[in-house]
Ligand binder design. Sequence first.
Ligand code: CP
Ligand code: NVA
Length: 306
Amino acid sequence: MRHFLTLADFTKEELLEMVALAQKIKTQTKQKKYVPYLQHQTLGMIFEKSSTRTRVSFETGIYQLGGVGLFLSANDIQLGRGEPMKDTARVISRMVDMVMIRTFEQSKLEEFAQFSNVPVINGLTDSYHPVQLMTDYLTMIEFNKDKSPIVAYVGDGNNMAHSWLMLASIMGFELRIATPKGYECHNKIIEQAYQFAQQSKATITITNNPQEAVIGADVVTTDTWISMGQEDKKEEKIKAFTNFIVDDKMMKLAKNDAIFLHCLPAYRGYEVSDEIFENHSEVIFTEAENRLHMQKGIMVWLDMHR
Ligand code: CP
Ligand code: NVA
């Protein structure tokens, strides 16, 4: 049995199998063919943080596959009142067929997985957002940006940046990450990316200069400056990130046909200007829709490997 906790646990070939499944299921869905790959299966969805896309896409996705989703807000289950993660895992995984968790520390997710009898999917932690990055890769393929692209990530060294490091270093493309000083990615994750890059021939650049990162890029991307759980750091972060907005001036440094990706929710006037967001909205909202299809691919793949 496999869990989907970080992209680092998978080979390039395995990730491409999931993408291929997602493409097939997306085509079928568009033709209104709902193939019951996961008939009668239940997906437990534990949320310790808010969500729009993750909740709607997983719940709709499992339904379209012939199963049913259970929305379990941590506030409403005993986990929120202190029942241990390992007990929650041993109970829930005896009743459902798969679990998705959105939580804080990666170690909480790992603990759940360790005690779970069924596959566990990372729906975002403080360290990673792997289902989002698989979706971003699917979107890059659809917009013809998957053949040796240069990707520039401008912003916080957070869960999104970490997941970009994993995706690029496994798939083998060029990634430049620009963060303000003091907001860099975790060293351990950068080191792991450099290690993977030796095999995949990825090029990874880490800088504090956003303009340098964006020059000649095929894909420009960013994320909110204030991740969930960091609300108390808002003022200091806004000051530190002033030159990191992706606006027209920044985007002009990229290739003429560069696409802009954003995992959403977006905060216009902070990490991205309203103009750039609206000019690239077709790609951004296709990216959002692709969460639905990509995650169906991941769930079906995990079911095939148990
Ligand atoms: N991108 C993303 O995961 O969005 P939600 O927080 O709305 O789920
Ligand atoms: N970095 C953001 C991503 C939201 C989808 C957060 O963790 O809040």
